[in-house]
Write a protein that binds this ligand. Structure first.
Ligand code: PRX
Length: 667
């Protein structure tokens, strides 16, 4: 363990000197104390993977126990729907639970949880398996079979990973809907995936207040056309979970009833779907990203080992909500596949005070901490005294994910949370990639704040121009991935065509059977191969690390009576990264009143959720459009950011721009 107790002795003057030294420093070597114990320390690993591709991926598959060995590592016959570890059979729940118990980990903590009000729960691997089996038995009795999609609409409570693992045990793909999403968002996802089962809860706590999740569920279910069987977790400890009406079951009663039932883990084909996770894209409809059992689980286990450096003895805290991919991969499947302890916290970082996270790290002796730049920026704003008052010496590695982290925030994190003794991994990846793709391997790579890092071993990431030719180092271009990898999505639920066009349409050459994945991010690459991700180049914005589709927000706005047209863009925001700016044109005769603004905000909250709430609603008489009638979102972004306006000569209505800019300025 690293001794950082001396940090408290550092005087303020030394601090200022350190601060300015750090600000000038462009690269950082991994701390020696870290390297000495790291999981991956051989720099030759990249060459080894490259020379031995695709067999190198057997190394990922070796992290799992297979019921049947696979016949081939990758099958490209149906590219770009690549198949991984074909012929292999396994069960994800068995890999996350039973086999660790067989290896003697029965009494090791699998999940440690703290509620916002301070209550705690620990599930050992033995206890977790018991509850997963009991719940799987209940689901089975209800009729859930391999292949049935079970929707999980739960906040950060242990029942969420338990339900995920119970589904995995039966071979039923889960579809987790982030609890912060609205009733409409729940209904759309359940409709789209034909999901007839729902696991949810009555409420949960935010800043000390109980949120009425149950009401959202009831509203959502009204818009689902087919019958749904619901199971409700009693989170609030009152009777409200029983008020869901006929056809609903009490989670606690079901688990008690099936306690002690053994449910064999169903052996699944490596290519069988493990889960669906809906995410935002260019159109108004979220897309159901489909991940397969063998490839996904191998990839998250391997990356949790190589990048997060996880050991079975570690307590890992990934602060992401399990409702997003980061939570799936690095709260649940990655850490549990490796037999580590995963820590979950229900609430916000500033409740009851701004040191809640640091208290939790101290109390739980967290080894690896993985969070988002938006949180780091908030911590910086609140001040270094909050972490300084806690013993963070248990930390060994820090991670960042979800959006670009600027060098200033990186260095603050490195110094004030890591005490300059923990490597920081800035991990670039997406819902679609399953696990991290571009980042430093912490035991071998030099860190360059601002740049995520080189591509991981076995990943061929490049930065190209619009024609697909490499861009000169340092110039902006588009990020592309050339070879497939085990954690990649298999398709979009029920829409192979959209899968092909969305990700493989831009740069691939199907006639030559050359497939290139386009993640829709802009990037630049330095001479040393380090990649800086610049952000989305499609109509997706990133608010506090949450991926939102501008079209989805726009469609919620035009649902409001009296609204004629809307355009949504992301404006720079010092904590959230991006904030939602909505430009709205009203129908003739409508007034831009406060009430109208409120209705717009409410409609976005109802359609998507409070995370998509517009920071600013700008009423305007028209939107800037090209002659072919496309809204020029780039100009609206410039206006929102108070930037120089780019070329307006291609506009059909150049005057509109000045008017809008004035309106934003006046507001
Ligand atoms: O734009 C990139 C950004 O988040 C997008 C993916 O969002 P989502 O599918 O919700 O997954 C988020 C967590 C993996 C990417 O297309 N992004 C993610 N990580 C980074 C990032 N941008 C810059 N640096 C990162 N480390």
């Amino acid at each position: 363990m690293i001794d950082r107790s001396r940090r408290a002795l550092v005087s303020d003057t030394t601090d200022v000197k350190l601060e300015s030294r750090l600000e000038e420093q462009e690269t950082f070597e991994p701390p020696k104390s870290f390297v000495e114990q790291a999981n991956v320390t051989n720099p030759a690993i990249r060459t080894e993977f490259e020379e031995n591709w695709p067999e190198c991926w057997e190394r990922a598959a070796e992290f799992l126990s297979w019921d049947r060995e696979y016949d081939s590592v990758v099958d490209a016959a149906n590219a770009p729907q690549y198949e991984w570890f074909t012929g292999g059979r396994l069960n994800a729940s068995y890999n996350c639970l039973d086999r660790h118990i067989e290896d003697g980990a029965k009494n090791r903590a699998a999940i440690k949880w703290e509620g916002e009000l301070g209550e705690t729960r620990t599930y050992t691997y033995g206890e977790l398996l018991n509850e997963v089996e009991a719940f799987a038995a209940a689901l089975r009795e209800m009729g859930v079979e391999a292949g049935d999609v079970v929707t999980l609409y739960l906040p950060m409570v242990p029942e969420l990973p338990i339900a995920m693992l119970a589904c995995a045990r039966l071979g039923a793909p889960h579809s987790v809907v982030f609890a912060g999403f609205s009733a409409d968002a729940l209904a759309t996802r359940m409709q789209s995936s034909d999901s007839e089962y729902l696991v949810t809860c009555d409420g949960y706590y935010r800043r000390g207040e109980a949120l009425n999740h149950g009401q959202k569920v009831k509203n959502g279910l009204r818009n689902v056309d087919h019958d749904v069987e619901s199971i409700v977790v009693d989170r609030l400890g009152d009777e409200s979970h029983l008020s869901f009406g006929d056809g609903t079951h009490d989670y606690g009663a079901l688990v008690a009833e099936h306690e002690g039932t053994s449910v064999p883990a169903v052996s699944r084909d490596a290519e069988d779907v493990l889960f669906l996770l809906y995410t935002s894209g260019t159109t108004g409809q979220p897309k159901g990203v489909e991940h397969a059992t063998g490839g996904y689980l191998s990839y998250v286990a391997w990356t949790a080992h190589a990048v997060l450096d996880l050991e079975p003895t570690d307590t890992h805290w990934c602060t992401a909500d399990v409702g997003w991919i980061t939570g799936h991969s690095y709260v649940v499947y990655g850490p549990l596949a490796l037999g580590a302890t995963t820590f979950m916290y229900e609430g916000t970082p500033d409740y009851p005070d701004r040191d809640r996270f640091w208290k939790l790290i101290e109390k739980n002796r967290v080894d690896v901490f993985y969070t988002a730049p938006t949180a780091i920026r908030a911590f910086m704003k609140w001040g270094k005294e909050y972490p300084a008052n806690h013993d963070l010496s248990s930390l060994r590695l820090l991670g960042s994910v979800g959006e670009p982290i600027d060098p200033h925030a990186w260095k603050w994190y490195y110094k004030h949370i890591g005490g300059e003794e923990c490597p920081v991994v800035d991990t670039w990846w997406q819902t679609e990639t399953g696990g991290t793709m571009v980042t430093t391997v912490p035991g071998i790579d030099t860190m360059k704040p601002g740049a995520a890092g080189p591509a991981l071993p076995g990943i061929d990431a490049r930065v190209v121009d619009a024609d697909g030719s490499p861009v000169a180092s340092g110039n902006a271009g588009y990020l592309v991935i050339r070879n497939p990898w085990p954690g990649m999505l298999r398709t979009l639920y029920g829409n192979d065509e959209r899968f092909r066009s969305e990700y493989w349409g831009e740069y691939s050459d199907p006639d030559e059977d050359e497939w290139i994945y386009f993640p829709e991010d802009g990037a630049k690459i330095d001479d040393d191969g380090y990649i800086t991700v610049l952000g989305r180049v499609d109509d997706v914005i990133n608010v506090s690390g949450h991926r939102l589709g501008t079209m989805e927000i726009e469609s919620a706005i035009v649902d409001v009576a009296g609204v004629a047209e809307a355009a949504v863009v992301g404006a720079d925001h010092d904590v959230k990264g991006e904030a939602v700016y909505a430009y709205v044109v009203l129908k003739n005769g409508e007034e831009p009143t406060v009430a109208m603004r409120d209705r717009i905000v409410e409609s976005v909250e109802d359609g998507i959720g409070p995370i998509a709430r517009p920071e600013k609603v700008v009423f305007t008489s028209e939107l800037p459009k090209t002659r072919s009638d496309k809204i020029m979102r780039r100009l609206l972004e410039n206006i929102a950011n108070g930037e120089e306006l780019g070329d307006t000569s291609t506009l059909r209505n150049p005057d509109a721009v000045d008017t809008i800019a004035r309106q934003v300025g006046d507001d």
